[in-house]
Write a protein that binds this ligand. Sequence first.
Ligand code: NAD
Length: 254
Amino acid sequence: MNPTYDFTGSVALITGAASGMGLAAAKAWAEAGASLALVDLDPAALESIGQELADHGHRALTVACDVSDESQMADAVHRTITDLGRLDFAFNNAGIQIPYAGLADEEFSDVQRLTGVNQFGVWAAMKHELRHMRGQGSGSIVNTSSIGGVMGGPGRAAYHATKHAVIGLTRSAAKEFAPYGIRVNAILPGTIETPMVTDMVRTGALDHDASVAAIPLGRLGRAEEIAAAALWLSSPGASFVTGASLLVDGGQLA
Ligand code: NAD
């Protein structure tokens, strides 16, 4: 399905690499020949993915890290450079949901945790990635926002706010770092079949059939389709694309 790229000799750092879109992207970058830094909160899942990739002949460093902690994120980037030698691509993708709640009822602790991971985590990752890429004079960063980054969502105000913030960070960084040869873009997934969505359907936070009905292509997206967009945005094929918000939503927001 995917076009093939040759990223041999390059290094890609992926956050949220142990599941869903991050995992699909890790496999796609590995197949394209890149060495990987797999960053995630879940050490056990990371270990098994790292082992699986190594068994297929790929080079994968695993870094257990909470992206909402700047010092851990700084260390993850530092270890990538130390162990793998460089950093060409970053896919800042780790994100969480909190329980569905109206704005008047959202819990402060939930919103704080959500903002820490979805917004601050992308900020922290970009800060340390860009410091390195600036010195290198090249690089591509792709951040995972959401269709929630460009629309309101009753019951999901705080989540949507974090995804709007990712677009703001992306656009500003794109302008600031273009002179250094660095491109920064955002992907806005629609509803994609990943463990996050399976969990939302299980808990009643999302109605599967209503979600499908809202999508002109008539199905949910696949994690591999987000990975394909991330690789394209990082490839020479997208050499004039920066600061973009790429909808990958089956036409939902058309
Ligand atoms: P997922 O739950 O399958 O995977 C998310 C991964 O992030 C997990 O491996 C988890 O351990 C990791 N993670 C969570 N908190 C972390 C932290 N603090 N530090 C490091 N890693 C952490 O979810 P997914 O559906 O693949 O989502 C990926 C991204 O896409 C998220 O940012 C999400 O908000 C966004 N998104 C998802 C959908 C969808 O329909 N699935 C739609 C729009 C946007």
